[in-house]
Design a protein around this ligand. Structure first.
Ligand SMILES: [Zn+2]
Length: 288
């Protein structure tokens, strides 16, 4: 069953690289029925940025890719920018811990100002290391995470969080943290969620679009998202899902009948409206 025209099909978290497949991956997403991508920035060079200018260049690369995808495929792209929290590990080795923390703070401020200018829609990825790091670096990452909440509060934008997979207690902790910083938990997205959690304390899960997990969550009330975390890195093929995955899952759900189309509006329309405050508009699929 074809996806109905006018239904946005949204991958809530992916990366594209100018040295990877780039626009071609987005074209594959489009051919499969995808319409909207949330494009998270990433390091496009080996080694993390060690200057603010390097972050500026990185974010501009993300914006250029977004423009290219829009122009060449018609896919709507929403950039998401922030210094990657894990950058702090290598940056500490390069410039020392204090300077590395200061750089994260300034890069978060820069990301915040770009969101204010509406060049990006959210601060991300921010958060915590998903592997053990030294106590000193952990403290640095925590300091940067706290600052990320401050920026999100001041700008009034959503936060896309990178962390280990969370259970209900982990979601509650994240919600407390958000509230303490003056950010509504409803504007915090836990990206790369790999386990269905029914009680998320208001924090919004963005589920990895694996077949079994999608089947588990597809009846849940909004808000929740689907994502691939596509990396566009030829060296890491198979590390994450292909960019055509979300549209394929949407096709499979749509085939379940008319009720299913309504369900698809939860991750693709209702959740975007609730978290981001805008409607993911789409042109009629039937018009060329
Ligand atoms: Zn990511």
């Amino acid at each position: 069953m074809p996806l109905p025209s006018g239904l946005p099909v949204v991958d809530h978290h992916c990366h594209l690289s100018p040295t990877g497949e780039g626009v071609r991956a987005a074209a594959r997403f489009r051919s499969a029925g995808g319409t909207h991508l949330f494009l998270a920035t990433q390091n496009y060079r080996p080694g993390p940025p060690t200057t603010l200018d390097a972050y500026r260049e990185q974010f501009e690369t993300t914006f250029r890719l977004a423009d290219q995808v829009r122009a060449e495929t018609g896919v709507v792209v929403y950039p998401v920018v922030a210094p990657y929290p894990i950058d702090l590990v290598a940056a500490t080795e390069a410039v020392g811990l204090a300077a590395a923390i200061e750089l994260q703070r300034r890069a978060l401020d820069l990301a915040g100002s770009l969101i204010r200018e509406r060049r990006a829609v959210a601060l991300g990825e921010v958060g915590q290391a998903h592997f053990p790091v030294s106590d000193a670096v952990t403290a640095g990452i925590e300091a940067a995470f706290r600052h990320a909440f401050e920026v999100a509060r001041d700008v009034g934008c959503p936060l896309v969080v990178h962390s280990n997979d969370l259970d209900a207690a982990g979601f509650a902790e994240l919600a407390d943290r958000a509230r303490a910083a003056g950010v509504p938990p409803e504007r915090v997205v836990k990206h790369y969620a790999r386990t269905r959690v029914t009680s998320t304390s208001g924090v919004v899960p963005s589920y990895l679009a694996k077949r079994d997990l999608v089947r588990e969550v597809e009846h849940d009330p909004a808000p929740w998202f689907l994502e691939t975390d596509f990396l566009d890195d030829p060296r890491r093929q198979g590390a994450v899902l292909d960019l055509a995955t979300v549209p394929r899952r949407a096709q499979a759900i749509a085939a379940e009948g008319p009720d299913a189309i309504e369900r698809l509006r939860r991750p693709f329309v209702d959740s975007v409206e609730r978290v981001y405050g805008f409607e993911p508009v789409t042109e009629d699929r039937s018009t060329p």
